[in-house]
Ligand binder design. Structure first.
Ligand code: GCV
Length: 723
């Protein structure tokens, strides 16, 4: 009997090591603190829970705290006390929900924290050493609880705490490009989380776990549906389903937003037009919105893609973007809602450089939008390329709040198979100085509203989340969800600090693991840039899928879907001349930035071919010819991935078998695919440069024709465990 039990325990242990680590728990793992001395210290510091509040949000916070303390410290504390009676008490709440907090001299500190901020402070309550987690609102408490648990998860000391934190940006959004049939546009992690068929009756536990993960980062809004919108989402059938999700998310401080298809009045409203100045259309939206708020009383508002890539919009009726946005803004205003109107527009009938079109269409509209409209601008002027200069729209519309749209899902950066930590990418854009109001006019200050004193501010990330057991298709892509949320809360944080936090919470605090993997992550995005689009090249991926090399793409439906439109390689050289001698896109930037990009010697090499068409023999800073430098970068990108793979291979003792294997397989694949991008691009550009691949580099494995074959496979399919 005893032997059987032992065998069973062993089996369970093996199973949990082999199968139990899919990555589902994200960074909220709450495994017991490993270091015995630290554990003992923590257990001494947390002896009692004083958490009297009872709202839905406070209950969620309490549940999370209890879960975390039980897992991390093995302490099952009840929260019955109303005031600390033991040294080591944890006192949690708002002045309204906890008398013991109201009695503390925290008023001025709390005042500075606004609606969602929190403080975590070591205090004495009636002679008892106490840690207080306090906020002005219940959701602030929830955020404080997550921060407190993060301290434990990352091995931070719990004594003499004096932390206060408040978000710099008000609306911190995830945008899901999820369709009603559960497919996800540019989604690489399985089907949509939202099971429209079984909603509203069935509440999948994933909904709550999704909300927990978001709340742990401070994400407070989710746009459930694709910007390429389906009007059906606005029908009663779907509104009740969206309302069921909103009911789950509410306890975690998350509001639901929906995408509004501009032609909905025709498609689901039976009207003959969707003209935003037509009184019947305006009334339809007002009525629809009133109905919507009956189902979702705290509905956040609409996110709209209009007159872009075939989506209907106000221009179909000879109206402009402000006419369209303002009509919707008027409909949601009485309910406190907002409209997020996207500036991702380009029109192939307009022969203007695509990089200029959003600015050309939107800048003239500055000052004509309603107060509850915010214009959502992609980070760069084209489309989420591995590297783009910041969009010139940032700072160009000072009378209009502008929000950032980042893409977490990595459509153009290797999707869910390549390791590319986006922290460095997001920071590069946020820290960029637009000079729109002189030095220090960073993109971050435009987005947080501080530069132009706007009353609303927002940031959106296009989600990389799906039904995949690890949520993101690749465990490292969880870091991109994480870093997006952390920077949306505080854009001053450093990418490296966030990577370190994420690693400790997701894997282990062992510095033998954290240090090399942080370095791997920090280098990873630049590696992708190098083997895909070095020196400012862009949009040269496979057509449609945007996966794999495609610099030869030249027969797409629209000229600006062709790679040749962007790289302009010819026998004379390569690159897009956007200077005053070319399309003059540089003129859309404020003075010092404009001058920098106008002059080739001043243009950072990272953006060289974005702004300049240069001869193959152009002399680079390294002394190389442009051709040799280009080839160097492509080869360097691949070597760096090889190095990453080797570093990872040496870390096996630190990681459970399941996650180790999954990541190993993906890195192998990344290496093969990096070669695919490199060889396809180098061989193709060589047909113009007519120059040799410098000596010492391995030869591409195939002829160019093989890479250009759409059926080319760089590597056998992924093992079943990853499919
Ligand atoms: C949702 C790119 C993507 C499209 C996406 C579009 C957008 O073009 O390839 O899938 O559509 O951006 O952001 O609207």
């Amino acid at each position: 009997m005893k032997r059987n039990l032992l065998a069973l325990c062993l089996l369970l242990l093996i199973c949990s090591q082999t199968y139990g680590e899919s990555g589902y728990r994200l960074w909220l793992r709450y495994d017991k603190v490993k270091d015995p001395a630290l554990l003992e210290n923590y257990q001494r510091m947390v002896t009692q829970l004083v958490f009297p509040g009872k709202s839905a949000v406070l209950n969620a916070a309490k549940q999370e705290l209890k879960l975390g303390l039980k897992g991390l410290l093995g302490q099952d504390l009840n929260a019955a006390a109303v005031s600390p009676t033991l040294s080591g008490a944890l006192l949690v709440g708002t002045p309204a929900s906890a008398k013991a907090i109201a009695a503390l001299p925290l008023a001025s500190k709390l005042k500075a924290l606004g609606k969602e901020g929190f403080l975590i402070q070591s205090v004495q309550v009636k002679g008892k050493a106490t840690t207080v987690i306090a906020a002005n609102s219940d959701v602030g408490v929830l955020y404080g609880v997550f921060k407190y648990l993060q301290l434990l998860q990352t091995g931070k000391p719990l004594s003499n705490l004096n932390i206060s934190s408040a978000p710099k940006i008000q609306l911190r959004m995830l945008n899901h490009w999820d369709n009603l049939d559960r497919s996800v546009e540019r989604g690489y992690a399985g089907l949509s989380l939202w099971d429209w068929k079984t909603l509203p009756d069935v509440s999948n536990p994933r909904y709550r776990d999704y909300a927990r993960a978001n709340a742990s980062l401070g994400i407070n809004g989710t746009a459930l549906t694709n910007v390429n919108a389906n009007a059906k989402i606005l029908t009663k059938e779907y509104l009740v389903k969206a309302a069921a999700l909103a009911d789950v998310f509410r306890s975690y401080g998350i509001k639901v937003y929906l995408t509004a298809r501009f032609s909905a009045p025709i498609e689901v409203g039976g009207l003959k037009t969707a003209d935003p100045l037509d009184p019947a259309v305006r009334q339809w939206w007002k009525d629809k919105t009133t109905e919507l708020y009956k189902y979702i009383p705290d509905f956040g508002g609409f996110l709209v893609k209009a007159n872009s890539e075939g989506q209907p919009g106000p221009q179909n009726y000879g109206r402009n973007h402000a006419d369209g946005a303002n009509m919707l803004a008027d409909a949601v205003a009485p309910h406190g809602g907002i409209v997020m109107w996207r500036a991702f527009v380009y029109d192939n009938k307009v022969p203007e450089d695509r990089a200029k079109q959003a600015y050309s269409e939107f800048k003239p509209l500055d000052g004509t939008f309603r107060k509850n409209v915010i214009v959502q601008v992609k980070n760069g002027p084209i489309d989420f390329q591995p590297r783009e200069p910041f969009s010139p729209l940032f700072g160009a519309m000072p009378k209009t709040p502008q929000m950032m749209e980042f893409q977490i899902t990595m459509e153009y950066l290797g999707q869910s198979t390549h390791l590319s930590y986006l922290g460095t990418y997001f920071k590069e854009v946020l820290d960029a100085d637009t000079y729109s109001k002189g030095k220090g006019s960073t993109v971050a200050r435009i987005v947080d509203g501080s530069l132009d004193k706007h009353s609303i501010s927002a940031m959106a990330g296009v989600a990389n989340i799906g039904l995949d057991s690890n949520w993101c298709g690749n465990i490292f892509n969880q870091a991109n969800w994480y870093v997006y949320g952390r920077l949306a809360w505080d854009h001053d944080l450093q990418a490296e600090t966030i990577a370190d936090e994420w690693l400790k919470m997701t894997f282990t605090s062992d510095s033998g693991f954290v240090a090399p993997v942080t370095q791997m992550m920090m280098a990873s995005r630049e590696n992708v840039v190098n083997y895909m689009t070095p020196l400012g090249l862009h949009h040269i991926m496979s057509e449609g899928t945007h996966y794999g090399p495609g610099p030869w793409v030249n027969s797409a439906e629209r000229p600006d879907w062709n790679s040749t439109y962007y790289h302009r390689a010819d026998s004379a050289g390569i690159g897009f001349d956007r200077t005053s001698k070319g399309t003059n896109a540089v003129a859309q930037y404020a003075a010092p930035v404009r001058e920098m990009f106008e002059q080739v010697e001043k243009t950072p090499e990272a953006y060289l071919l974005w702004f300049h068409h240069l001869p193959w023999t152009y002399k680079m800073k390294s002394g190389n010819t442009l051709w040799n430098e280009l080839v160097d970068r492509y080869y360097f990108g691949v070597s760096a991935v090889q190095l990453t793979r080797h570093t990872w291979a040496g870390l096996e003792p630190h990681v459970d078998a399941q996650r180790f294997k999954a990541i190993t397989a993906l890195l192998e694949r990344q290496e093969q695919e990096a070669k695919w991008y490199r060889d396809g691009c180098v061989l193709y550009f060589q047909t113009f440069s007519k120059m040799p691949i410098p000596a010492g580099y391995e030869k591409p494995a195939h002829e160019l024709a093989a890479y250009m074959n759409p059926n080319f496979i760089p590597m056998p399919p992924l093992p079943a465990i990853l499919q």
